[in-house]
Ligand binder design. Structure first.
Ligand SMILES: [Fe+2]
Length: 358
């Protein structure tokens, strides 16, 4: 594996010792972000109508670029503090999330409704059902990867209690598993069915078949989602996993949770966390909200395809729809994907010098 992988194979203690993955916006960058929102935001305006040129983020751009570099070519994780949360209402803060995304890549759709930003809050969803989604619940989430190259999570409100964010390096977990259980590691390279949880587009099946780990161009990539694997096992036509296969998955799930690997942090209002889905797994603890509706836990999640992405393993094609570098790939098209979405993606791709998949 490459040097990039070495940086991304961190342990929790490494993040405490070296803070090169943490960034801060200064007062000028904060003012530029507020100005970007004031210039381009209008209540009711569709996010899909906003262009990169409409939403320049000024002196916040180089900070975001450095954080993205860390996410793509370093540890696979970055945090930027100091978004001007106190000067923006919920919808303006959502728009700010969008504006940063326009700078960084092509936003990807995120589910059944083909929406491009998810409000992460307790909307009463039951995470363990075939159609439930963790981001709309207050449940503790399994360690997992999202369905895009890069994930932005901007924090507007913290919960009254709980809701701690956890990130593990999947590459470090792989190394531990290889060392402790060399006999089991082969199972993580076997294709396995992941449920699409009813969010599949008309040309997609109920499940995606891919391994937990695969390689391309000397780099290792991972996808992990216990919930979606377990739910796929209940679907008709999906072959049942052997006891040996389950044992390997359970061992891996135990390893990713170990305190020496899993880094826990509190996202504060005004923080944005960026992760690279291919080399990290994330989770969060369950939470209890304030009774005050204006104080309930609220984050905005944005999925992105960046212009300088690596080629993906062939086995990622089912989920990402393209494995070519620098293409508009990943996301969950859902049930409503149409011309307005395609036009937005094509315009944004042109602006970034990217290509749409054929
Ligand atoms: Fe997630």
């Amino acid at each position: 594996m490459t040097g990039t992988d070495a940086a991304a194979a961190w342990r929790a203690a490494d993040l405490t010792l070296n803070h090169g993955w943490e960034f801060e916006l200064d007062e000028r960058a904060q003012r530029d972000l507020v100005a970007a929102v004031e210039k381009a935001y209008a209540p009711g305006r569709s996010l899909l109508d906003c262009t990169r040129e409409d939403c320049g983020i000024g002196s916040a751009a180089p900070v975001l670029d450095r954080a993205l570099d860390e996410v793509k070519r370093g540890r696979g994780l970055a945090i930027i503090r100091g978004l001007p949360r106190q000067r923006l209402d919920e919808k303006q803060f959502e728009f700010l999330t969008w504006a940063m995304g326009l700078h960084a890549g092509v936003a990807r759709p995120q589910g059944k409704a083909t929406h491009y930003i998810s409000a992460v809050r307790d909307a009463g969803s039951d995470y363990r059902t075939g159609s439930g989604r963790g981001y709309a619940s207050n449940a503790e989430l399994d360690y997992h990867t999202d369905s895009s190259d890069i994930v932005f999570l901007t924090c507007y409100n913290r919960a009254a209690s709980g809701g701690m964010t956890i990130v593990t390096s999947s590459l470090a977990a792989y190394d531990v598993m290889s060392k402790e259980h060399p006999d089991m590691i082969q199972w993580l390279h076997r294709p396995i069915h992941f449920s699409r949880q009813g969010e599949q587009a008309p040309d997609e099946g109920e499940t995606v078949l891919q391994p937990i780990f695969d390689e391309k161009g000397g780099k290792r990539f991972s996808r992990w989602n216990w919930n979606r694997i377990a739910l796929a096992q209940k679907l008709p036509g999906v072959p049942q996993l052997s006891d040996e296969h389950w044992a390997a998955l359970k061992r891996f799930d135990e390893i990713v949770r170990r305190p020496e690997l899993a880094y826990s942090m509190w996202l504060q209002p005004g923080d944005v966390q960026l992760v690279n889905s291919h080399v990290t797994l994330h989770s969060r603890t369950d939470f209890v909200d304030s009774d005050d509706p204006s104080q309930k836990r609220l984050l905005y999640r944005l999925w992105l395809a960046p212009p300088d992405s690596d080629p993906l393993p062939e086995s990622w094609g089912g989920l990402y729809r393209s494995v070519m570098p620098g293409t508009v790939r990943g996301g969950i098209r859902g049930h409503a994907y149409g011309a307005q979405h395609e036009n937005f993606e094509a315009r944004q791709a042109r602006s970034l010098g990217m290509t749409m998949p054929v």
